[in-house]
Design a protein around this ligand. Structure first.
Ligand code: LLP
Length: 401
């Protein structure tokens, strides 16, 4: 990929996504589940650019959404409503209402109180709402605590005993149709055992529901498949699928998987230009034009992203913190990164930026968010314009007294 040409054409900071890589990741995972009915429901939160969602929709993907905004994006991008799931612990009434009216595949319910709201709203609408219940299997996924979700300490899902009560209530309701069961123990998972254990617990639950005549159609395993940011050992899609399918022996059920990071992370690059080198005592800083408002993961999770240097610099390498212009000491893209002394306008390419990159961006410090560019079949095209100052003040400028 000619990063230099892209940076010159579209300016920096800039997100670049390789759509062909996304396709190959999608096909790899889809293939792993062959022999079973399966739906890959792309987790829109990982990268919610309309062109990215459309790319997956064109491949046959569904969408896993966590707000009605994401549901609307998915529909706008061409995802069939019958392949859309709506998850999340805090759905508002208006969101539930719209999801039911749109006739999406199902709402993933995360509490008894929410089930009550869904039933009430379906009744008001005179409709039957398809639901699935998110079970919290109390399994430690061995990942970063901020992205671990399958322990009782986390806010997600309900305990098995509660879930059972909820299924019985749903089964007996005129307005609810329980069609699925869901779990998601965390993100960036690199160990198979916790996934297998969680799947076993939830499959057992499924069997015990069958015993009381509650027949579900969908076994929703969430997302979470990890990727290589550095030299992590990752799980092969085939092994992942086998581990899960192994727990479903004898069950006629469609598997739904909600991958986000696996499909998009390593398809994405964040391009940023060097502004200055500076030295504070013994500490070297390379100041660039991209910041935590563009790519938050290093600041929020201390996450590592590989940095590639595009420069003619020939000096010796030394350790530098790569920092942005935002007024926070926590504004960094990398710490103690071995870099040659860089010149103004040299280019840094931050890897693995296709998931939870742009989407977690903000306008902090009145910085417009970056442009986004897609590469497909060797051709580049703009898929989101760079935000201008006018965009940033549009919703307030007429309200100043
Ligand atoms: N399904 C559910 C219910 C989820 O909560 C998530 C992610 C996914 C699927 C997709 O997970 P993935 O396949 O991408 O691991 N901002 C964090 C990640 C937060 C993940 C939230 N839930 C990060 O940058 O690492």
């Amino acid at each position: 990929m000619d990063f230099k040409a892209l940076a010159n054409k579209y300016q920096t900071p800039l997100y670049v996504y390789d759509l062909d890589y996304m396709s190959s990741q999608y096909e790899k995972l889809k293939l792993a589940f062959k022999g079973r009915k399966s739906i890959l429901a792309y987790a829109v939160k990982a990268n919610s650019n309309l062109s990215v969602i459309k790319h997956f929709a064109d491949l046959g993907s569904g969408a896993d959404c966590v707000s009605i905004g994401e549901v609307r994006r998915a529909i706008l991008a061409g995802v069939a409503p019958y392949k859309i799931l709506f998850s999340g612990v805090g759905k508002k009434d208006v969101e539930i209402r719209e999801a039911i009216e749109l006739d999406i595949l199902y709402i993933n319910v995360e509490s008894e109180a929410e089930l009550g709201r869904v039933e009430l709203i379906a009744k008001e609408l005179g409709k039957i709402s398809r639901i699935s219940i998110r079970v919290n299997p109390n399994i430690d996924p061995k990942t970063h605590p901020y992205i671990s979700t399958g322990l009782h300490d986390n806010k997600f899902g309900v305990e098995i005993s509660t879930a059972k009560r909820m299924y019985i209530k749903a089964k007996n309701s005129e307005y609810l149709d329980p069609v699925g069961i869901h779990f998601h123990i965390g993100s960036q998972l690199t160990e198979l055992k916790p996934i297998y254990e969680a799947s076993e617990i939830v499959a057992d639950m499924l069997r015990s529901l069958q015993a009381i005549d509650i027949e579900l159609k969908f076994f929703d395993i969430g997302g979470g498949l990890g990727i290589k940011y550095d030299d992590e050992t990752t799980i092969e899609p085939y092994d992942y699928a086998q581990a899960i399918l192994g727990t479903l022996k004898g069950l006629d059920i469609t598997v739904i998987c909600e991958p986000g990071r696996f499909l998009t992370a390593n398809a994405g690059y964040f391009l940023t230009k060097v502004l200055y080198e500076k030295q504070n005592g013994a500490k070297r800083f390379t100041v660039v034009d991209g910041a935590m408002n563009d790519l938050l993961r290093p600041s929020l999770y201390n996450a590592f992203h590989k940095i590639e240097v595009i420069s003619d610099a020939k000096s010796a390498f030394s350790k530098a913190d790569v920092v942005g212009p935002v007024c926070e000491s926590g504004d960094f893209l990398a710490k103690d990164c071995e870099l040659p002394l860089l010149e103004h306008n040299d280019l840094l390419v931050v890897h693995s930026a296709g998931a939870y990159g742009f989407g977690m961006g903000s306008n902090y410090n009145t910085r417009g968010r970056s442009a986004e560019v897609a590469i497909e079949n060797g051709q580049d095209r703009l898929i989101r314009q760079r935000e201008s100052f006018e965009d940033l003040i549009a919703l307030e400028k007429d309200l100043v007294k």
